[in-house]
Unconditional design. Sequence first.
Lengths: 793, 158
Amino acid sequence: MGITRTPTSLTQSSATRGGIGESTLRPDGTLKVTGEFAYSSDLWHEDMLWGYTLRSTVAHAAIVSIDTGEALATPGVYAVLTYDDLPTEVKHYGLEIRDTPVLAHGKVRHHGEPVALVAADHPETARRAAAKIRVEYEPLPVITDEASATAPDAVLVHEGRDDHHIGHVPHPNIVHRQPVVRGDAAAAAARADVVVSGEYVFGMQDQAFLGPESGLAVPAEDGGVDLYVATQWLHSDLGQIAPVLGLPERKVRMTLSGVGGAFGGREDLSMQIHGCLLALRTGKPVKIVYNRFESFFGHVHRHPARLWYEHGATRDGRLTHVRCRIVLDGGAYASSSPAVVGNAASLSIGPYVVDDVDVEALALYTNNPPCGAMRGFGAVQACFAYEAQMDRVAAELGMDPVEFRQINAMEQGAVMPTGQTVDSPAPVAELLRRVKSRPLPPERQWETTEGADVRALPGGLSNTTHGEGVVRGVGYAVGIKNVGFSEGFDDYSTARVRMQAINGEAVATVHTAMAEVGQGGVTVHAQIARSELGVTQVTIQPADTQVGSAGSTSASRQTYMTGGAVKNTCEAVRAKVLDLGRRKFGTYHPAWATAELLLEDGKVVTDGGEVLAGIAEVLDDEVVDLELEFRHRPTQAFDLRTGQGNGHVQYSFAAHRAVVEVDTELGLVKVVELACAQDVGKALNPLSVVGQIQGGTTQGLGVAVMEEIVVDPVTALVRNPSFTDYLIPTILDTPTIPVDVLELADAQAPYGLRGVGEAPTLSSTPAVLAAIRQATGLALNRTPVRPEHLTGP
Amino acid sequence: MRVSFTVNGRQQEADDVWEGESLLYVLRERMGLPGSKNACEQGECGSCTVRLDGVPVCSCLVAAGQVQGRRVDTVEGLAGADGELSPIQQAFVDAGAVQCGFCTPGLLVAADELLEHNPSPSDGDIREALSGNLCRCTGYETILDAVRLAAARTGQAV
């Protein structure tokens, strides 16, 4: 007996529903509601050990000594590893800059950094043994913000940097800096009738996916390792893991296990290398599962940010210029900070037409927790600030905030501050119109014939108010997000599609390395195969590294990219099937040579609807099997001085209207409704699209009113690594989320689709903040809003 | 220690259980029932919700020894013996209430218990009953849809 609960193929037959544009149900739905779906924490092997990670208790310190003797002598312990046990000269990893030690060497740079690993026969044995490892630290000065990071005598978080950003940053504690300069902001400012400036603060948000980091590493007879894990990008992991292990990539066979959400937090490695090291050292399968406390240290977070903005406008409501400076805290390691900087800089103005801009965005190295990708990365922080500014400028002009936005809204053909022309639909004004024209929810919904239903009031079941001191506010926001990997990255995906006849029926098999993290990619792949190949039965094989890279499940890119790859490969498979048909049957019917041929309902048909043959008949014993890559149009790097360049593939837009009720005496907020309108180009699966929009909206709500990782401003220690102290919205905190989906095709994209996942996370937060400001009259320049911000002096 | 109790109607026992192990750990790692999930192991998220003598509990907060001789029902026991999904399971699939699915088992057990004693709950009742179960993917709208759908279908069937 070997491993149990490993990923299985998903086979779905769907006769009447199931092509693109239909709300086909998930092929893994039944497994997920019965408890049988194999998540990465469910993996089990009869002979397995449990791994555990010892993490630093301080944020910045030299490691004087590590004594593992007592831990190693503990009964049940099989291995204890530190930096000195790493098998090769490659001891670091990272998404772009390989600055992250597999295990701390010489010093630790943030609270919770991995220092040592233990493998034991029971998880509690491993935990207790790790507690016996004695690490002596000698404190170093703690870098916590821009002032301490860029002081002339600042301690360098990373000495001897040789990455490709070091040449253009003003200080070695700055990871990357990207200006965007267009027109002449200073000259334009002179034309402004009103100028509004402000400083904004965005707190550190956590992805808080529910499935903890986990996986199982199984040593193989060939000296390699099989790794089952939850991740967002198998091949990126592989490229970072194999060199550290000293193995060729073909000997590190990765399979995607069930992923319990991701939201950016699984783009970086967590337990992958650690599990493999322990498995190879002990010769036994090793399972590592973080608990929630450890999970808060085990992945990067959303960059907290400080943002300075100046907007000018003429009296008729036209923006003259925008100047801004965005400082993102990247924490101790680079992760995806450079990309976050690029997004923040290039999208800093929002979906508005402004000819004269002067922008600077940068990410710091500090000793705070490392920050990287989270849904909407870079664009989320900017949207919070520029939308607050838009409301303030509108107020200064005495204009309606929606009308002011609509006057300045970009349309197709608009030019971005980067000089890039927006060459597909950009229905910004229309999205705002749609959320605004929706009827407002009735007031005082808590009133019932039996008194107040406190569940509908701020404070809820805490029974803090029965409506006294409760005021309503309404706020609007709109945002712009890039889709896909930008700035010249060679972004591609791969799909392998096989078609054959089984028992007289043509069936298709789709194999990709796409990480299904809950978004429904597996559903969409089967829909695409049905639409393109005219089959009903489609099997989705488990994602693994035996097929080419699918790229990351991030940046709202997978339906575009791996969906595009599946479509592309299906088209090539279809052409081969039709060639087969022409060779076999072409002489019997002239339409084989002259007509446009389609595959529909298991048959080869002409565009006039005439049936020429069954697909199974055409295939007979032949198997058509192709693996092809798909690329989106190339992009350019942004000029490092001016930020000019066609840096993005596609833009995506969403707007929100928030309705809130605030208990002004206790500072408690109830979001009553959060309506969203979004253009998705083409909804391949409307049910999934609405689910993405509602989920993204709710994460934006979370960071508006509750979610923040609190980091001590002096020690850089994390104060709330638990779901007791880091709050995410419950079903009682979350309002009705009506969704209005537009489908304006992007001619460049497969089926005209537009990436969906991130845009709703942008405008949700500033809409809620705007509503709270309207209810309370307070300025509120930071998110999340806490009760003391609403009641304090 | 040895612990024996009834799980989904079947008598089960586990040997060599360390006294500090939770019911969740014993179900997942010793009894081959990983359907109950381990999202926080702090009693905050509800993903490990099971019924202990009929009452929903966070199995991560129940010591395995406390369950000796008692009755536990998990997500694995919701479907019929022939594998047919229960109304609440089918409704979660049909309403699109499942994305990553990690919260789903706990929500199903909690919602099943709600519908057992309140067959036609108001939205307020549903929100209150499921307020101990965190979901990070859906924004809860489709979960509400699913519970309403299951209630409607069950009501029609009676």
